[in-house]
Design a protein around this ligand. Structure first.
Ligand code: UN1
Length: 512
């Protein structure tokens, strides 16, 4: 069996046989239980991690708070310089980190490298932004007065991330949080702790080389009880949470209860509408990549195809043919298109969803199933499948993190848009059409209700330059590009009187 150079990759990234899961700057704490990181690729133990315990938590928060006192005074463009250096390091470590992502999480090497590329891109974006944290100036109604607004850092930012993008989501949050003057504490998914440790090791080099306070970047590998502490902790000004709608609902209300801020990136139920005027070749590529890329474990994965009746049979036949050509196997081997699911729990959920779909009346055009035997020893490899369904099925309304694609037929575009919107989630959406009227209607206020709406592109693979996030049960948060940085700062309006009089606003007279 080829080992794809994993040993060397782990060494290069500073991953040991047993790692300490909490690191604040150069200090390590690990009084919690030991967890094992098992690769879904081959079912082998990659390394162990000693997690953080209760007693570590306060040390992390206190160090972070102390670091904030210092870090907020560093000019934003200088903080940008720190992020620039992280971007340079990520370029150096790209191959290793991409490989670790692929091996620990199971996505294809191409996609692992793509994820690291997203990290590099957001660093570049944040460097420029560090000179553009701009507020408005306004004209005061009072003579000799000046009004303007400015943005200040929040303090400690907590980042809770999911297994499916085990490195990129950290960097979308940290690159912005840092240039804005915040310090960060990352609670990664327990399913991908080594990716987090590798990122922290890289960031540590940057902090050391620049003599920056430890506590600017912390990692807290721990169970969900410690994650819950971050959510409840008044000292954590902003909680950025990526994960399920179920947990997100809890995070949202807990943080709101203490008047903290939150950014929520929750589930999606993303559809592509394929109209009668679609380029079918493009539609097939977009749909198949959207549905089977990352084994259907992106929050932007394509879950539903809403297809015009006149092209429905053609799309169905061609999809089945394309699925027949998919190669499933070790994601580090570039000849394979589809890697494993994250773990056997995910496999159970996949099987459960197929069962439910059949029970509700779904007809499978491409059958699913769990793969066994040589090269599939981890038990995490499944067949991407396609079913004809009604949008109203309970299982179709629900996000299953697996490569299951649902086909739905429509007659009018208005009906297609209504179907597309008729789910609880609102992350990503797309239309395949060469007709301007169809495209514009889809993008209009009467069109898609999602945070992302694309034309002639699939639902996944958003660029970092745009704001990323969605509506409804997706949580409403925005990360990454555009003006998402504003979430990481507090706004202050300043009015300055440079006269010797004190006129009051609204014309109020108050003479003593
Ligand atoms: C996610 O699945 O959590 O748009 C994020 C995409 C990627 C990000 C996905 N850039 O598919």
């Amino acid at each position: 069996v080829k080992d794809f150079g994993i040993e060397k990759t782990l060494r290069n990234l500073g991953i040991k046989e047993e790692n300490k899961g909490t690191s604040v700057g150069g200090k390590y704490f690990a009084s919690g239980k030991v967890i094992e990181s098992i690769s879904p690729v081959d079912g082998k133990l990659i390394a162990k991690v000693k997690t953080s315990g209760e007693s570590d938590y306060d040390k992390v928060i206190e160090t972070a708070q102390k670091a904030f006192q210092e870090f907020r005074l560093i000019p934003a463009p200088k903080r940008g310089e720190m992020v620039r250096q992280l971007g340079l390091k990520l370029r150096e470590y790209k191959d290793d980190l991409g490989k670790l992502v692929s091996y620990e999480m199971g996505k294809s090497l191409q996609e692992g490298l793509g994820e690291v590329q997203e990290m590099i891109d957001i660093c570049d974006f944040a460097v420029g932004l560090s000179r553009q944290l701009q507020g408005y100036t306004m004209h005061s109604e009072r003579p000799g007065h000046r009004m303007y607004e400015q943005y200040h850092p929040l303090g400690v930012v907590g980042i809770i991330t999911a297994f499916n993008f085990p490195v990129a989501v950290w960097s979308w949050n940290t690159a912005l949080a840092w240039i804005c003057g915040n310090v960060t504490i990352w609670k990664p998914s327990e399913k991908t702790p080594l990716c987090a440790i590798a990122c922290q090791n890289i960031m540590m080099e940057v902090l050391k080389e620049n003599n920056l306070p430890e506590g600017v970047s912390s990692v807290l590998v721990s169970d969900h009880e410690i994650g819950q502490k971050l959510v409840d902790d008044k000292r954590v000004a902003l909680v950025s949470f990526t994960g399920s709608t179920r947990v997100g609902r809890m995070v949202s209300s807990k943080v709101a209860e203490r008047f903290g801020k939150s950014i929520l990136e929750l589930g999606g139920n993303n559809a592509i509408i394929i109209t009668k005027e679609a380029d079918i070749d493009m539609s097939i590529i977009g749909a198949v990549f959207g549905a089977v890329g990352t084994a259907g474990q992106r929050c932007t994965s394509t879950r539903r195809l809403i297809i015009h009746e006149s092209v429905y049979d053609e799309v169905k036949t061609r999809l089945a043919k394309a699925y027949g050509q998919l190669k499933i196997g070790n994601p580090l081997d570039e000849k394979n298109h589809v890697g494993p699911l994250i773990d056997t729990d995910a496999v159970n959920q996949y099987e459960e969803a197929i069962k439910k779909c059949k029970k509700e009346g779904g007809k499978f055009v491409v059958e699913g199933g769990v793969l066994t035997g040589k090269d599939y020893e981890s038990g995490c490899y499944v067949k991407p499948c396609v079913a004809e369904v009604k949008n109203s099925y309970e299982i179709v309304q629900h996000e299953t993190f697996a490569p299951i694609l649902y086909l739905i037929k429509y007659k009018t575009l208005e009906e297609a848009i209504a179907i597309q919107n008729d789910v609880p989630q609102g992350l990503s959406s797309a239309i395949m059409t060469q007709n301007l009227r169809e495209a514009e209607l889809f993008l209009s206020h009467a069109g898609s209700d999602c945070g992302i709406a694309n034309v002639n592109i699939g639902t996944s693979g958003a660029e970092i330059g745009g704001a990323f996030g969605g509506e409804k049960e997706t949580g409403g948060g925005r990360e990454s590009g555009s003006d998402a940085w504003k979430y990481y700062m507090r706004r202050q309006t300043n009015t300055i009187n440079y006269t010797a009089q004190l006129p009051l606003a609204q014309g109020i007279k108050f003479d003593l």
